[in-house]
Design a protein around this ligand. Structure first.
Ligand SMILES: Nc1ncnc2c1ncn2[C@@H]1O[C@H](COP(=O)(O)OP(=O)(O)O)[C@@H](O)[C@H]1O
Ligand SMILES: O=C(OP(=O)(O)O)[C@H](O)COP(=O)(O)O
Length: 393
């Protein structure tokens, strides 16, 4: 990588603002998967050992510029303290005099976690004033938030214009591992895209059509395609603004000879809970007041076959609402096929990684990336704003 890393600069005694991605899945205030926190430990431990004052900043969820009590970073700070085996202070804000005071009290090797940066409206707008306010807290900026590197926000991009700015060790590892797998991809190359962030992920498919041999669609993303083809999708997740685009991609896939797979059967439910009624239906059988929640058994079989006959598999986004056991079978089947295939497998995204972890299959993947959207954009060859803004070597 042609960007400076934390190893290339002096950190002893410095106040270091480290942007991490502690956007971890939570259930009833408890972290259900701490992969993203664990993956950041090498950078944090490196800085502690070198005697830096470590100021950690992250987003959690999408609070849209206001304080949302359930999205405070307190559970992440507590988990980090357990993992580090040392006290970690937690601020209730991310800028301002109270934070300044906490930082003035820090000794070399101390760790402070700031409050959720997305509680500030300026974060996602990349407001220069907020970026400056973050920069005033520190002497050096380290970006270790690969999972948010595709976002040009105040704490991922703006701040880098006001301080010496370098990458963290996780950022470095992600870019080099993904770079190696994707610079000269082996074929057949299968991309699997699912999950719930339809707006973010549908665009990525355009570029996947240029590099992949097979594209498997699952999860909440499926229904925008199925609706575009004229199927009834009931109350399933959909992005009505992307229907034309979805159809265009299906047609482009045909022109380019890319095999584009959509679910052929679906698990539907009348309620979003474990004891809801469910049925398995064909794509023309979704009742108007039910919603698609997982891929069905035939689709699982087809997808598993494609995965097993691939040389490279890149997967982002669960096939269903895997957090609820009856709707987890599609995601489990795809994870199992990824575990069994001889292909090089890259799994990306906070929830996808959590799913593999939950099924006990995480170790079977060749690379688990902390970034979902970020790894997809990297794979497209797009410049990641959080990386571009760092200082060149
Ligand atoms: N059919 C579906 N309807 C609604 N939500 C879904 C569906 N399938 C999957 N999901 C949800 O998608 C979420 C993950 O989406 P996303 O954030 O895009 O993935 P990742 O974090 O792996 O990048 C999961 O919480 C899962 O419950
Ligand atoms: O969870 C994340 O992305 P992912 O769901 O694509 O893995 C990152 O923390 C970025 O979050 P965002 O998509 O709300 O900007």
């Amino acid at each position: 990588m042609n960007k400076k890393s934390v190893r290339d600069v002096e950190v002893a005694g410095k106040r270091v603002f480290v942007r991490v991605d502690f956007n971890v899945p939570l259930q009833d205030g408890k972290i259900t998967d701490d992969t993203r926190i664990r993956e950041t430990l090498p950078t944090i431990q490196y800085l502690i050992e070198k005697g830096a004052k470590v100021i950690l900043a992250s987003h959690l969820g999408r609070p849209k510029g206001q304080v949302v009590e359930e999205l405070r970073l307190t559970p992440a700070a507590e988990r980090l303290a357990e993992l580090l085996g040392k006290p970690v202070r937690k601020a209730d804000e991310a800028t301002g005099s109270a934070v300044q005071a906490l930082i003035s009290d820090m000794q070399n090797g101390d760790v402070l976690v700031l409050e959720n940066v997305r509680f500030y409206p300026g974060e996602e707008k990349n407001d220069p004033e907020l970026a400056k306010a973050f920069a005033e807290l520190a002497d050096l900026y380290v970006n270790d938030a690969f999972g948010a590197a595709h976002r040009a926000h105040a704490s991922t991009e703006g701040i880098a214009h006001h301080l010496p700015a370098v990458s963290g060790l996780l950022m470095e590892k992600e870019l080099s591992t993904l770079g190696k797998a994707l610079s000269n991809p082996e074929h057949p190359f299968t991309a699997i895209v699912g999950g719930a962030k339809v707006k973010d992920k549908i665009g990525v498919i355009e570029n996947l059509l240029n590099i992949a041999d097979n594209i498997l669609i699952g999860g909440g993303l499926s229904y925008t395609f199925l609706k575009a083809q004229g199927h009834e999708i009931g109350k399933s997740l959909v992005d009505n603004e992307k229907l034309d685009l979805a159809l265009e991609f299906i047609n482009k896939a045909k022109e380019k000879n890319v095999k584009f797979y959509l679910p052929t059967d679906i698990v539907v439910t009348d309620d979003f809970s474990a004891d809801a009624n469910t049925q398995i239906v064909g794509i023309d059988g979704i009742p108007a007041d039910w919603e698609g929640i997982d891929i069905g058994p035939k689709t699982r079989e087809t997808y598993a076959d494609v995965i097993k006959n691939s040389k490279l598999v890149v997967w982002n986004g669960p096939m269903g609402v895997f957090e609820i056991e009856p709707f987890s079978h599609g995601t489990r089947a795809v994870a199992q096929a990824c575990a069994e295939t001889s292909a090089y497998t890259v799994l990306g995204g906070g929830d996808s990684a959590a799913a593999a972890e939950k099924f006990g299959l995480a170790k079977e993947m060749d690379h688990i990336s902390t970034g979902g959207g970020a790894s997809l954009e990297f794979m497209e060859g797009k410049a990641l704003p959080g990386v571009v803004a760092l200082n060149d070597k």
